[in-house]
Write a protein that binds this ligand. Structure first.
Ligand SMILES: Nc1ncnc2c1ncn2[C@@H]1O[C@H](COP(=O)(O)OP(=O)(O)OP(=O)(O)O)[C@@H](O)[C@H]1O
Ligand SMILES: [Mg+2]
Length: 297
């Protein structure tokens, strides 16, 4: 068996360093590779990262963390079964300072030029257009009521000429009755406490369900090209998707999707900022997440 990507000592050191950033609210000295809606992605060790470590909101106990890790493992198998090659990913856990359990998905760090969002803006015209086209093919042949996928270009990489998927931290699998196996509480964790039950019951299920519908996944991927500053690839990607999307996707639909989505994520960010401020200044606790700076949309 290959050596694990991080040993127990390194995981503890990483968590302690992340804990410091959570306590100060500053990411200085930490190599933040990405702020997800749910996960914080850190390059480790700082300075010359070998791995990308994706920290989920802390789990109450070890068995909850292990269950989540097992679901991530199943999702990685489901990806491979459906012809989508996942980036090597390992699940590791370590106690937090507060006595909870931090769970991380750990992957080898991929060079910038391999990342989908850099390919669509920086690759030559045919390479750039080839990425959404290849992703749309995977969407058509894999997404169904049991298996969901977040196909945005920021979740893919090209390694040695082949397409790889790396956003495995939200394993979207449903059981035979069509219920998501993902803990929806995780999706609402960074929201203000008063909103969580409402979001969990009325908003999160609809969002998760849309990742199980190939046409919706395609609209999300194509609309997101605007945010990635690759709007010139949209018309070509619509043509690709319309080989199978029914009813056909239109440019007007993509533009409307983008406007309403930009508003939704902006609102989410404001709510997370409010929750961060509340935890820090009113509850006088360390918020369990870090905030990204301003995002241009
Ligand atoms: N293995 C990796 N190597 C280099 N950079 C990575 C790697 N994994 C993730 N990143 C960077 O971090 C960003 C976010 O990672 P990822 O898509 O896995 O999680 P996420 O979108 O934050 O997850 P979610 O929104 O589901 O919480 C990526 O878009 C990429 O820029
Ligand atoms: Mg992502």
């Amino acid at each position: 068996m290959a050596e694990p990507l991080l040993d127990a000592e390194e995981i503890a050191a990483l968590e302690s360093r992340v804990g410091q950033s959570l306590a100060t609210g500053s990411t200085e000295g930490l190599d933040v590779l990405g702020y997800g809606e749910i996960t914080l992605v850190v390059g480790w060790p700082t300075g010359s990262p070998r791995v990308a470590a994706k920290r989920l909101p802390p789990f109450a106990d070890d068995s909850a963390a292990q269950r989540y890790g097992a679901l991530v493992g199943e999702y990685i198998e489901a990806l491979a079964d459906r012809g989508i090659e996942p980036v090597r990913s390992e699940w590791v856990t370590t106690p937090t300072d507060d006595g909870e359990i931090a769970g991380y998905v750990v992957q080898p760090v991929l060079p910038g030029e391999c990342l989908g969002m850099n390919i669509v803006t920086g690759g030559g015209p045919s390479v750039a257009a080839g990425l959404p086209a290849a992703v749309l093919e995977r969407v058509a042949s894999s997404v169904d009521p049991r298996f969901g996928l977040d196909a945005q270009v920021s979740n893919w990489a090209m390694v040695d000429g082949s397409l790889r998927y790396f956003d495995v931290t939200t394993p979207m699998l449903c059981d035979a009755a069509g219920r998501t196996r993902l803990d929806l509480g995780l999706l609402t964790a960074p929201l203000p406490a008063a909103l969580r039950p409402v979001a969990r019951r009325w908003i999160a299920p609809g969002i998760v369900a849309s990742y199980h519908r190939p046409r919706d996944v395609a609209v999300d991927l194509i609309g997101n090209l605007l945010k990635e500053r690759a709007g010139h690839l949209i018309d070509g990607a619509i043509d690709e998707a319309n080989r199978w999307a029914m009813p056909p996707i239109t440019r007007g639909e993509i533009d409307r999707w983008y406007r309403s989505n930009a508003r939704l994520w902006e609102l989410m960010l404001r709510l997370r900022r409010a929750e961060w401020w509340w935890q820090r200044h009113v509850r006088r606790r360390n918020p369990a997440f870090l905030l990204p700076g301003p995002i241009s949309r």
